[in-house]
Write a protein that binds this ligand. Structure first.
Ligand SMILES: Cc1cc2nc3c(=O)[nH]c(=O)nc-3n(C[C@H](O)[C@H](O)[C@H](O)COP(=O)(O)O)c2cc1C
Length: 210
């Protein structure tokens, strides 16, 4: 990636937070975001290289459309009154971002993996499909942060799966797993300190370090 202001990997992992208040601007041209997402699918690992992850990048009007679809689906589910009181401002804030990456599992690819993987690993397939998905999501979260963008991760699936597949004419076997929203962080927003629910000493041990 060629942007002059791109953070190093370590810097970006340290800067990565959930930024839920965004403005519809980008720090890099669209083609760099397209390439980042495309590259993530090519380079991130999956078990036995099963390549079960799919991604759809939505920018500009397509990004706005996603959050209209999501808002409409939520209104239909919980009713206008409850939607207005509890959810509307959140959905509108996501719509205020610059873009969304949709992450999908291909059901056909997962079954292909299950059929063809060695027998002794078959009970691991679903777990490993999730791992591959998480790795790809994290790659893109950090990658977008490296571009200087704010990012958050949402889960309105499976409520919106059908509407989204229909709108963008996506394959019927794709199952939506997450929506990654990004844009320039709103100027007034500063994420709080990172909380530690469990002392790091309980969570990590190192042996043999010299
Ligand atoms: C698997 C996963 C699911 C998450 N789901 C959501 C979500 O649905 N909505 C949301 O606003 N944040 C979601 N988050 C963000 C976490 O709440 C957040 O990463 C965590 O509180 C740590 O905060 P930080 O991202 O600012 O470091 C999710 C994060 C992960 C890893």
């Amino acid at each position: 990636m060629s942007s002059p202001h791109t953070l190093s990997f370590i810097e970006a992992t340290e800067a990565r937070r959930s930024v839920r208040s965004l403005i519809p601007k980008s720090t890099v041209p669209d083609k760099e975001i397209v390439e980042l997402v495309r590259q993530a699918l090519l380079v991130t690992p999956t078990a036995f290289s099963s390549q079960t992850v799919r991604a759809t990048l939505l920018l500009h009007d397509d990004h706005a459309k996603l959050w209209t679809i999501t808002g409409d689906a939520l209104k239909a589910k919980i009713g206008q009154e409850r939607y207005d009181a509890t959810t509307k401002s959140k959905i509108e804030a996501f719509g205020q971002g610059y873009g969304t990456i949709l992450f999908w599992d291909s059901g056909d690819a997962v079954e292909n993996f299950r059929e063809n993987c060695p027998k002794s690993y078959k009970d691991k397939v679903d777990e490993w499909v999730h791992h591959g998905m998480g790795i790809c999501q994290y790659h893109l979260w950090v990658g977008l942060v490296a571009f200087g963008l704010g990012v958050n991760l949402q889960h309105y699936n499976p409520l919106i799966d059908e509407g989204v597949r229909k709108e963008w004419n996506l394959p019927a076997d794709w199952r939506l797993r997450a929506q990654m929203v990004f844009g320039v962080a709103a100027p007034d927003v500063k994420p709080g300190p990172r909380g530690q629910k469990y002392p790091i000493e309980e969570r990590f041990q190192a042996f043999g370090a010299q």
